[in-house]
Design a protein around this ligand. Structure first.
Ligand code: NDP
Length: 257
């Protein structure tokens, strides 16, 4: 097991990519705090249409240990409580995964300024807040890891004027934080997924899904597990000298665009 007894927090862990990461962490022996606004998994129009079991229950079925802490990551007092509760329950913190994120489709003339704030608040500001509040605890770990879930859209436009800049901000924040916490042996990396089979993709039409799959070198959407395995690697001892990096997990989507 690559993460035996490591204590991890996965935000947005009830559904989609976060659930995939939480399950793979548990398979590798990690203890997982699932932090999300609600415990029930989201069900998508195309993907995850029949998911019903909460992540914690699924982890317990695997013989793992997990707790759910209801958290809105945009509220710093809730994030503070999440971290305190996690440390108190499991006795420390080794791995923080900032995965919770939202996407509001539409261009600059479609989305409101309040929606822009909402997307950047969740996808960038909240990543900073959880990272800031977790670092003092990660300093006490021999295996401190911060993994930020960005996106291929960090490298190009096309996902709206809030989502893409927020994800680009995450990629650069990773580099900055890596420098700051390197002396404590904490690594900080991003994963940049391509299109993954989650309910976040409900806004697409079937034609758009087919077109994306077609221009992907490995021609399919990713699965939450694909991102989960990359996160396991970055959290494991195998990645102890990798920091400030952004790992594309996109099936070769942007190599061809
Ligand atoms: P989903 O919408 O399937 O799941 C996101 C989860 O995060 C949901 O459980 C959602 O809960 C939760 N969440 C949203 N806002 C908050 C909040 N403020 N506080 C706590 N939890 C919250 O999305 P994905 O799994 O697809 O996305 C996960 C991450 O991966 C995001 O950062 C996204 O940008 C990134 N990503 C996804 C890609 C994809 O193709 N799916 C591609 C590239 C990146 P609720 O809905 O109840 O609010």
């Amino acid at each position: 097991m690559l993460l035996k007894d490591r204590i991890s927090i996965v935000t947005g862990g009830s559904s989609g990519v976060g659930r995939g990461i939480a399950l793979e962490f548990a398979r590798e022996g990690a203890r997982v705090v699932v932090a999300d606004k609600q415990e029930a998994p989201l069900r998508g129009k195309y993907h995850e249409t029949d998911v019903t079991t909460p992540t914690v229950e699924e982890i317990e079925k695997l013989g793992g240990e997990a707790i759910f802490v209801q958290t809105d990551v945009t509220d710093e007092s809730q994030v503070e409580r999440l971290i305190e509760q996690s440390v108190r329950h499991f006795g420390g913190l080794d791995i923080l995964v900032n995965n919770a994120g939202i996407h509001i489709p539409g261009g600059a003339q479609d989305i409101s300024i309040a929606q822009w704030d909402q997307v950047v608040g969740t996808n960038l500001r909240a990543v900073f807040v959880a990272t800031k509040l977790a670092i003092p605890h990660l300093k006490g770990s021999e295996y401190g890891r911060i993994i930020q879930i960005a996106s291929v859209h960090a490298y190009g436009g096309g996902a709206g004027p809030a989502y893409a800049p927020a994800k680009a901000g995450v990629v650069n924040m990773v580099r900055d934080t890596a420098i700051e916490v390197g002396e404590f042996g904490i690594t900080v990396n991003a994963i940049c997924p391509g299109y993954i089979e989650t309910s976040l993709q409900d806004y697409l039409t079937q034609e758009m899904i087919d077109a994306v799959a077609e221009k992907t070198a490995l021609p399919r959407f990713g699965k939450p597990r694909d991102v989960g395995r990359a996160a396991v690697f970055l959290a494991s001892d195998d990645a102890e000298w990798i920091t400030g990096a952004s790992l594309l997990v996109d099936g070769g989507l942007i190599t061809g665009t």
